[in-house]
Design a protein around this ligand. Structure first.
Ligand SMILES: Cc1cc2nc3c(=O)[nH]c(=O)nc-3n(C[C@H](O)[C@H](O)[C@H](O)COP(=O)(O)O)c2cc1C
Length: 302
């Protein structure tokens, strides 16, 4: 079956990708994953300068999910381009570089460098991380979100995906704004802000107090957002949130996602994305369809 999908200027061999922050920079996963089979890899977010991240503890398990407050721990953009990107672009799959910045200028500087690199399929703008403070919160304001996309598009020819936060009253106006600014696609969603408490110590569990909730616990919320945005914007959607089975993948495609990302599940089943790619053709045939494209957004509602 031809599993390929096109998200405007971004063409993928299949719609199953691995999500930023849950797959390292791929090298860590080499023993468990057939990289070349994946629809794409989105490495951990990089920022212009190295960041130590938040104080520990930085993760805690919750019912059907986990909270993390990693805080964009990374070695910085220059080190990424020099040392991690060459490995990533040698793996035979689409590499979607994920970047975050504190100012418009930071995004522009990274855009200029990325536009000179070969082998990158697209850039995902992380304007949605709930675990960092300082700088401008681009992802919760439609106008600022659109300005980041415009700045990036002006400086860099690569396809641009805006990864949006669910921590707003409605994602729809932000999705509309980035679509109007020329984003090729939107990734929905990043983690939901939450917290965990150790009542016996009268202390928050996470060093950062607040963290981002991910995993199966958020799947119904993410599905709802994908469905709402699909009805409001025409650019393709990449669905993310709690996916751990082929049923989950199919639900996101029907809700309106053209592709999906596997996140938290990589931590307990690193081979999951490979398995889902193999299971996808039968699920599509079950709906008497011939390609993933045929079923995107075909949910029948009363
Ligand atoms: C430990 C951890 C680290 C993450 N780091 C990033 C990150 O650096 N950049 C980013 O855009 N998203 C990051 N995310 C969010 C995921 O990419 C994804 O959007 C979210 O976890 C929801 O999907 P899931 O429920 O399948 O995990 C992180 C998630 C987790 C659990």
């Amino acid at each position: 079956m031809d599993l390929s999908v096109s998200l405007n200027r971004l063409n993928l061999k299949n719609p199953i990708l691995v999500a930023s922050g849950t797959f390292g920079y791929a090298r860590e996963m080499a023993a468990f994953v057939d990289f070349a089979e994946l629809g794409g890899i989105i490495p951990k977010t990089v920022t212009p300068a190295p960041r130590p991240g938040n104080p520990p503890p930085r993760t805690v398990e919750t019912a059907s999910g986990m909270l993390n407050s990693i805080g964009l721990d990374n070695d910085g953009f220059d080190q990424f381009v020099a040392e991690k990107l060459p490995y990533l672009t040698s793996l035979g799959t689409s590499v979607i570089v994920n970047v975050a910045g504190k100012t418009m200028e930071e995004f522009e500087r990274m855009a200029a460098v990325l536009s000179q690199q070969s082998g990158i399929a697209a850039v995902e703008l992380n304007i949605s991380c709930p675990n960092v403070s300082g700088g401008v919160d681009f992802g919760t304001d439609p106008e600022l979100a659109a300005r980041v996309v415009t700045a990036f598009r002006t400086t860099c020819e690569l396809p641009v995906i805006a990864k949006l936060t669910p921590n707003v009253t409605s994602v729809v106006p932000i999705a509309k704004a980035v679509a109007d600014a020329g984003a090729d696609a939107v990734s929905l969603v990043n983690t939901f802000q939450g917290m965990a408490i150790d009542w016996k110590r009268r202390k928050p569990v996470l060093g950062n107090i607040l963290g981002g909730l991910s995993g199966p616990a958020i799947k119904p919320l993410a599905l709802r957002i994908v469905w709402q945005v699909k009805r409001a914007v025409s650019i393709p959607i990449i669905g993310i949130g709690g996916i751990q089975s082929i049923d989950d993948v199919m639900e996101f495609l029907l809700a309106g996602a053209s592709a999906v990302q596997i996140g938290t599940a990589n931590f307990y089943n690193p081979g999951l994305a490979n398995q889902l790619i193999r299971e996808l053709p039968d699920a599509i045939r079950f709906l008497r369809a011939e390609t993933p494209k045929d079923i995107v957004g075909t949910l029948q509602t009363p």
